[in-house]
Design a protein around this ligand. Structure first.
Ligand SMILES: [Zn+2]
Length: 420
């Protein structure tokens, strides 16, 4: 199971963060949790095929969580999708999508199966496939909001082929029967018990998606013993009042759920735009629960890194936030227009001398190399893609081929990075 955050902003996008959406990759299929504006672009950038989407789960009807839906469905239609698509959400999701589809006269070549969840339910299994199921429970927000748990069903135990052969098992049907839990009688009358050959069933992977909500017992139930808990942390503890007022969690709330649910890994997301440096939130969460990570757009999180590393290859650089300086420069340039941002940058460049090379430091490759040696990775911000200065872009990509940036991917779900 691979989790790829596509948007980690709350309420409004910022220059560097997109609206809520997370992709879950499993055995080649993609399951999308929320679909904020730009989710389909972020999928492309993450190296995830939109045609592989099986299910879309919408948490609630705050616009930042579903504003990308109709655009995505239009793309699927233009791609001539034929497979069914399942869309799960609070009651009303069907009416909303059907109205939009009708209004824009989209002639869909595929069927959308709607699963609508009514208010007042305790819990509901909204999807039940052969190998996994998804459970929804209401959370505690200012409006009806659903949390989800994606649970792989237990996998059959491993067959000890060597032992089976020794005991005289040699036919496919016999293996099948043993795997299914049945005992097998051999020609000479001896009975080979299933448990002698087949190991314990292996527990399936699990993932909980919990946003937007205050702390509530249903969050803990959804997250119980999960491998990954993806939880909102809109505010820091110092704004607990505001969190309570707006129906959101602080990073400490997220850690509390993680603790009570005994999840293996907490990933926090849905950051308020006021935090140009969300590491404050991470620090707070880590005081109460470990391991905890920040959701970083396009950076995949694996539950089985040895098998899954390399499957999802992002098409663009992942923006790294690794020091306060870069946070400052981003803040300034996003306030001004792009020209103004460059002017600001030039000034800093001359005054700071040996200062850090930044995203917009296209002029000096020597400085760039120095920063690489120092393992201070500067990577392109989303702003770079819209830059019209083609020559400079060309130069950048040349540099890129001679010295490819190092992508950081976790080796195990418990890996820690000192830059956090
Ligand atoms: Zn939200």
């Amino acid at each position: 199971m691979i989790i790829v955050p596509l948007g980690v902003a709350s309420a409004t996008p910022t220059a560097t963060r997109h609206l809520s959406s997370v992709a879950l990759w499993r055995e080649g299929d993609i399951h999308l949790f929320d679909c904020g504006e730009n989710a389909q672009m972020r999928m492309l950038q993450a190296g995830l095929k939109r045609s592989k989407i099986e299910n879309i789960f919408i948490s609630h009807f705050d616009v930042d969580h579903f504003s990308g839906l109709i655009g995505l469905i239009s793309t699927l239609q233009l791609q001539r999708r034929e497979n069914d698509l399942t869309v799960v959400g609070p009651k009303g999701i069907k009416e909303f999508l059907e109205w939009n589809i009708q209004f824009s006269k989209l002639d869909l070549g595929f069927t959308i199966n709607y699963v609508e969840v009514e208010e007042g339910i305790e819990s509901e299994r909204v999807v039940d496939a052969d190998e996994y199921y998804v459970e929804a429970r209401p959370l505690n927000h200012t409006k009806f909001c659903l949390g989800y748990r994606f649970q792989e069903k237990d996998k059959p135990g491993k067959v000890d082929a060597e032992k089976a052969e020794k005991l005289g098992i040699n036919k496919d049907e016999q293996y099948k029967a043993l795997k299914a839990g049945d005992d097998v009688e051999l020609e000479d009358g001896t009975v080979v018990k299933s448990y002698e050959i087949v190991g314990h069933p292996r527990p399936g992977d699990s993932f909980a998606y919990i946003t937007d909500t205050k702390y509530c017992p249903n969050s803990v139930k959804l997250a119980m013993n999960t491998n990954i808990l993806y939880h909102e942390a809109t505010f820091s503890e110092s704004l607990a009042d505001k969190a309570a007022e707006t129906g959101h969690s602080t990073s400490a709330d997220a850690a509390r759920v993680a603790n009570e649910a005994q999840t293996k890994l907490l990933v926090i997301s849905h950051f308020s735009a006021r935090y140009t440096n969300p590491f404050i939130l991470l620090q707070e969460a880590r005081e109460k629960f470990f391991p905890a990570w920040l959701a970083t757009e396009l950076r995949p999180i694996f539950t089985n890194p040895s098998q899954e590393k390399g499957i999802v290859q992002q098409k663009v650089y992942i923006k790294e936030i690794d020091d306060k300086k870069s946070g400052d420069s981003r803040g300034k340039s996003s306030r001004g227009g792009s020209d103004r941002g460059k002017k600001n940058f030039r000034k800093r460049k001359s005054s700071s001398g040996r200062g850090r090379s930044s995203d917009r430091d296209r002029g000096s490759s020597s400085r760039r190399s120095r920063s690489d040696q120092g393992r201070k990775r500067r990577e392109r911000s989303p702003k770079d893609y819209s830059d019209k200065r083609d020559n400079r872009d060309q130069k950048d990509s040349n540099e890129g081929t001679s010295r490819p940036p190092k992508h950081i991917t976790p080796r195990t779900p418990f890996d820690d990075f000192d830059r956090f």
